[in-house]
Write a protein of this length. Structure first.
Length: 163
């Protein structure tokens, strides 16, 4: 019974934050999607709250909690928590990105986890089997670690860094 109560409170808090952000003009509070374009909110809109999808969804950006099979953001900076099988951010991302394949094409700040992680500029920690960053201020831990410019080593196993 207690676990259900905590889960209910957590979901209520997410929707409350989403409603406040949406009221401030920061995006739609909720996105539900089966597969793009079969989704509640158009892909040309941002989401500030909760985005849930079954197969594939696309929006400009997401701030909050982003859960699905393939989550895609077309631009801008997203943030919060993104959990997916494939997470794609064509803009930047701040927070925790956790996916089998984690892709952020511009600036990433935070924790990026998955089998394959890549970021244009990484600021933080990458944990995965293969980690890649164009430039980096932080740490990579994985079997293969690549930093294009400015890393301690261009390619190094187990750990690589740039500070």
């Amino acid at each position: 019974m207690r676990q259900n109560t905590w889960l209910l409170l957590a979901v209520a808090a997410l929707f409350l934050v989403a409603g406040v952000n949406a009221a401030n003009g920061q995006g739609k509070p909720v996105q539900l999607s089966f597969v793009n374009p079969i989704q509640l909110v158009s892909e040309t809109e941002s989401i500030s709250g909760v985005r849930l999808n079954l197969i594939y969804t696309k929006n400009v950006s997401v701030t909050g909690f982003d859960l699905g099979l393939v989550n895609s953001c077309s631009g801008g900076t997203s943030g919060g928590i993104q959990w997916a099988f494939v997470g794609i951010n064509n803009g930047g991302f701040k927070g925790w990105q956790y996916a089998f394949v984690s892709i952020t094409k511009e600036n990433f700040e935070g924790l990026q986890m998955g089998f394959y992680n890549t970021a244009g500029h990484m600021g933080g920690l990458q944990l995965g089997f293969i980690n890649h960053a164009g430039t980096m201020k932080g740490l990579q831990i994985g079997l293969v670690n690549l930093i294009d410019t400015g890393g301690a080593f261009p390619v190094f196993p187990i750990v690589n860094w740039s500070f």
